[in-house]
Design a protein around this ligand. Structure first.
Ligand code: PSU
Ligand code: MN
Length: 292
């Protein structure tokens, strides 16, 4: 088969696959938006030269390239668990459906030879509601799996500057696409920096190829939310302060805060979230198309 390389993992897998995650579908957006979002992202990936591969757990089976039919069944299941590196094995053993977070999507993508993955924003260091220490497994996954993650930085519900510092501590390369600052999801700027700026997708793809082959680890590609979709910082701060009152600890922290924000903002944060996911999917697809 043409277009196949030693990186493609499976014998017949195309080399231009772009991984997409299931947690943004099950926990990041209202359920009624999930299927149409998945279909839209798949078509954006194709338009930009990639083969989309939705990652998730179906009846305990790790899937890289979930079918619409499988996705429909997962979405119709109430309380689909969020799959982290830590509970992946147990959920496989129990033949559960599961939606993969950034960390687990990277793990399964890497095992299948997929080297690029687009999402909204990665998890990171939480601000610490009460006395809890809560740091996402997404950060550690970047040190373990050779996958380039295209995201609009970390979700602005987190401690963005602490997360940026933690990435530095872990030695994760953070490159900005068309930006000098580390973006903060709904906002284009955070005050923190990136390790390098790239403006050309081809050049960035060439770097990612070389870097991940060299290090065997991941890279975070920070792609800021499109200018037209950015939220006003002061308004966002007010919405977030209100949403934080409803946040639950642990695995529920991110989904409960996002859902509260979507409601309190009258849908503005959801629209911004969808806009940045689309934009990250387009960039990820261009990179996947260029990489070997
Ligand atoms: N990006 C979004 N919405 C989301 C997420 C990312 O636009 O819901 C998900 C990702 O799956 C990420 C997870 O891995 O949030 C972070 O969860 P935690 O903080 O529990 O690690
Ligand atoms: Mn957590």
């Amino acid at each position: 088969m043409t277009g196949q390389t030693r990186h493609s993992g499976l014998p017949n897998a195309p080399a231009n696959r772009l991984a997409l995650e299931t947690t943004i579908l099950t926990h990041g957006v209202p359920r009624e938006n999930a299927l149409s979002l998945a279909q839209e992202l798949a078509s954006i990936a194709q338009t930009n030269g990639a083969t989309p591969a939705l990652v998730g757990l179906f009846r305990g089976e790790p899937i890289v390239g979930m079918s619409d039919e499988q996705l429909r069944e997962v979405l119709a299941t109430p309380n689909v668990p969020k799959v982290n590196t830590s509970n992946l094995g147990v959920l496989m053993h129990r033949r559960s459906h599961g939606s993969t977070t950034v960390a687990t999507t990277m793990e399964l993508a890497a095992a299948a030879g997929v080297r690029v993955f687009s999402t909204g924003g990665i998890g990171g260091v939480h601000k610490g509601y009460g006395s809890h220490l809560d740091i996402s497994a997404d950060l550690i996954a970047l040190t373990r799996f050779p996958v380039a993650v295209v995201a609009s930085g970390v979700k602005s519900i987190l401690d963005v500057v602490a997360t940026r510092e933690m990435l530095e501590t872990l030695g994760v390369p953070v490159v900005g696409f068309g930006c000098d600052e580390f973006p903060a999801f709904y906002l284009r700027r955070s005050g923190a920096g990136v390790d390098a700026r790239f403006d050309d997708a081809r050049d960035l793809a060439a770097f990612l190829d070389k870097e991940m082959t060299r290090s065997g680890r991941g890279v975070l590609v920070a792609n800021p939310i499109p200018v037209a979709d950015e939220l006003p910082a002061d308004q966002f701060a007010r919405w977030l302060a209100a949403a934080e009152q409803e946040a639950k600890p642990g695995r529920e922290a991110t989904p409960t805060t996002l859902a509260a924000l979507h409601r309190i903002s009258g849908g503005a944060t959801l629209r911004a979230n969808l806009a940045l996911i689309r934009s990250n999917t387009a960039l990820g697809a261009q990179l996947a198309a260029e990489m070997s």
